[in-house]
Design a binder for this molecule. Structure first.
Ligand SMILES: [Fe+2]
Length: 215
């Protein structure tokens, strides 16, 4: 970075503090970020800090709270991790105000119990818009993961229906219909973003919709 570029960033401690306060008291959408306000495609996300120099200020994972305010997750030290409910909380990857590097590793988690279907989504990686050849491995993994979950879930539902009947409990029609609707929705989410006729804009409007206005 040359001297002219350096001057675009705060130089003194007071300037750094002032800029941070200004960012934090304003709209989260205006905070400079490596990845702007978004929901994740995975149920629970762990962000591990791989590189953030000690002298860096800022660079935290920043969450938009229920009242649409911003909160920085403190102490993003190297080797430390932030775990967030990425499908529920809007958040962003803030850039250090001192313009230092911020490198993270992002890992995703979802429910493992076979009877439970997770809420993972294909939001940004989809074959209707991205070059197929580069992402075919991802789609293979996506289908493998989703269908394994589906197979396990179907097996549990079938076994429970049979064993409940054998145990003299009869057939719970309402529970079965509810579960089938859940499975139907899960299957639809496996492919709906892949359909060329369904190519919603990115970022989706709900990334910038206040929580209170969500359907
Ligand atoms: Fe995220």
């Amino acid at each position: 970075m040359d001297e002219v570029e350096k001057k675009k960033f705060p130089q003194t401690e007071a300037e750094i503090k002032e800029l941070l306060q200004k960012q934090d008291s304003g709209d989260g959408n205006e905070i400079p970020s490596a990845l702007g306000v978004h929901y994740d495609s995975s149920t629970v996300t762990m962000v591990v800090t791989l590189d953030l120099p000690k002298e860096a200020v800022g660079g935290q994972t920043t969450i938009i709270t229920g009242d649409e305010k911003t909160v920085r997750v403190p102490e993003p030290k190297v080797g430390h991790a932030t775990i967030i409910q990425g499908r529920v909380l809007k958040h962003l990857a803030s850039k250090p105000v001192t313009n230092h590097n911020r490198i993270t590793l992002v890992n995703a988690y979802a429910v493992a119990a076979p009877a439970k279907l997770d809420n993972t989504a294909l939001t940004s990686t989809k074959p209707s818009v991205l070059p197929r050849a580069r992402f075919d491995l991802f789609y293979r993994d996506w289908v493998d993961y989703r269908f394994r979950k589906l197979e396990a879930c179907l097996k549990v539902v079938r076994r429970n229906v049979v064993s409940d009947y054998e145990a003299g409990k009869g057939f719970d029609q309402e529970a079965f219909v509810t579960k089938c609707a859940e499975i139907e929705n899960y299957l639809k989410k496996c492919y709906d973003e892949m359909e060329c006729v369904n190519n919603p804009p990115y970022p989706p409007p709900h990334f910038h919709t206040p929580y209170a206005d969500l359907p």
